[in-house]
Every structure is written in structure tokens, then in C-alpha cells.
Design a protein around this ligand. Structure first.
Ligand code: NDP
Ligand code: ZN
Length: 180
């Protein structure tokens, strides 16, 4: 039988949940890490109206290569070449110093595929919402503000692929707090 789109997306959710299983977010509650990729995929599906399964799969998988022992070859084998490209373009080179990684995210944002830009916009939306809700343990206000300023430079470089997410980000940078 033909594989349903729901099955393709759920396979990516299951794979990500297995790979991220030992990890926690940096909030005081140490929320399970998988909540973040799930929230990023929901921003795309619910708020940005994205229905391309490869983009939703890439959202679910976007931190597996950077943050877990997962290779791009595995991503391609299980999820195909498009998902591999989007995940590759959303992964920092972890061999570089942190400052270089942050600078490269700004410089390379405009060169990325539309699929990767969509995932990056949703990723920053969820991280900025997390920072508003539950900042990482030990972060000062100025560190949070620096993160917002840096994220804006990255998302400005990804702008134009989703009017809905451009508008959500404009609200976040204007200091509109969102409540659950
Ligand atoms: P990190 O990259 O270390 O942390 C932010 C990342 O953590 C997010 O992008 C997100 O990435 C992940 N994350 C996990 N949990 C949360 C959460 N609850 N809320 C938000 N994000 C979460 O921090 P920085 O971006 O600040 O990078 C380090 C830089 O900070 C260095 O360049 C250094 O110069 C600077 N620095 C500044 C300090 C200051 O006081 N101003 C102090 C120390 C460093 P993901 O999507 O991958 O999960
Ligand atoms: Zn992320």
C-alpha cells in the first residue's frame, strides 16, 4: 500500500524522539528536548500553513544532526534527498567556534533553500517564544536581548518565504508577548 503523508511525518517524529531521548531543553523544568522540534513543526503546519511533508519532516529532524549522533547519510536513507538538504542547511558546523557559527548563520541565511528558510524561521520563532516563557537557567536579561538581536539578523535573511511567519516575528521583535 502507498505510504500516507501522515505516516511519513510520524516516522520523522518517532526517529527524532528516539535520537533526542536523553536530551533536555535548557529551561528550569528541563523539558524533554523533543518538545522543541514538535513545536517547530506545529508552527509550520498550524501557523504558517505549510503542508509539504518534506519541510515538516525536516522541522522534526532539524536538530538531530547538530545535536545527536545522526548523520546526513542516515537522514537521506530514511527520509530522502530533499529532507537531507533542508536538515543540512539547518545544521551548524559544530567543529567551528561558537562565534563563527553565529556569524555564519547570519551570512548564509539568504543563500538557503526555501524549505530550509521555512524551518529556520519556525525554529527561531519557537526559541524566541521559549526565551520569553522560560529562559535558560543562568541567562541574564542582556544575554536574552543579545540573542533576540542575533536571531533578528538571521530571520531577516530568511524573510519572504512565509508572510505569516514574517508577521509573527515582527510581533515578537516589537515586544508583543504571547500567552499560552
Ligand atoms: P546557546 O546557543 O548556547 O543557547 C541558545 C540555544 O539553546 C537556542 O538557539 C536553542 O537552540 C537552545 N535552547 C535550549 N533550551 C532553550 C530555551 N529554553 N530557550 C531558548 N533556547 C533554548 O546560547 P547563545 O545563542 O547565547 O550562544 C552563545 C553565545 O552567547 C556565544 O557567542 C557567547 O559570546 C555569548 N554569551 C553571552 C553571554 C552574556 O551574558 N551576554 C554569556 C555567555 C555567552 P536549538 O534550536 O538548537 O535547540
Ligand atoms: Zn532548533
Amino acid at each position: 500500500a502507498e505510504t500516507s503523508l501522515a505516516a511519513l511525518v510520524l516516522r520523522a517524529a518517532k526517529f527524532a524522539s528516539q535520537r533526542h531521548a536523553p536530551q533536555r531543553r535548557k529551561d528550569p523544568q528541563q523539558t524533554p528536548y523533543i518538545n522543541h522540534p514538535l513545536a517547530v513543526a506545529c508552527v509550520l503546519a498550524d501557523e504558517a500553513g505549510v503542508s509539504d511533508p518534506a519541510v515538516l519532516q525536516a522541522a522534526l529532524l532539524h536538530d538531530t544532526v547538530e545535536d545527536t549522533p545522526t548523520s546526513l547519510a542516515e537522514i537521506e536513507r530514511f527520509f530522502g534527498a530533499d529532507v537531507r538538504l533542508y536538515v543540512a542547511q539547518c545544521s551548524d558546523d559544530t567543529s567551528l567556534p561558537k562565534a563563527d557559527r553565529k556569524r555564519l548563520q547570519i551570512e548564509t541565511a539568504p543563500t538557503k533553500s526555501d524549505g530550509a528558510k521555512l524551518v529556520k524561521l519556525a525554529d527561531k520563532i519557537d526559541n524566541l517564544r521559549d526565551l520569553q516563557r522560560t529562559p535558560p537557567v543562568g541567562w541574564t536579561l542582556s544575554r536574552v536581548q543579545e540573542y533576540f538581536a542575533w536571531a533578528k539578523r538571521v530571520t531577516d535573511g530568511c524573510a519572504g518565504v512565509s508572510p505569516a511567519m514574517d508577521s509573527i516575528l515582527a510581533g515578537i521583535y516589537a515586544g508583543e508577548f504571547e500567552y499560552e
